[in-house]
Design a binder for this molecule. Structure first.
Ligand code: ZN
Length: 96
């Protein structure tokens, strides 16, 4: 799996309240260790949340880099996640 940096541009509301995002790929580089996620079959209070836009993962109440959660907390085993939007990306959506 690669670490990917995207630049978000040209965002704006379109009809029916939807928001249009256009991303430009800036670069990719390999992680030092595998970073794996799987969709959790359960949705509990402690289930990690993966941001659908930036891939940060909320674990133990804090938004962290996906590679940190995968490698340091889940020891490179697939991380069971549900999907959502982190506060930073939510701000982008609200500003659009
Ligand atoms: Zn995000």
């Amino acid at each position: 799996m690669k670490s990917v940096l995207w630049k978000t541009k040209n965002r704006g509301k379109v009809k029916n309240g939807a928001v249009h995002f256009l991303h430009e790929h800036l670069y990719s580089e390999d992680f030092n260790q595998p970073v794996l996620f799987r969709t959790s079959a359960q949705r509990g209070r402690d289930t990690p949340i993966r941001c659908s836009l930036c891939n940060h993962v909320r674990h133990d109440g804090l938004w962290k880099l996906p590679e940190f959660v995968s490698v340091q907390i889940f020891l490179s085993q697939p991380v069971p996640v549900i999907y959502g939007i982190c506060p930073s990306c939510l701000d982008l959506l609200e500003d659009a």
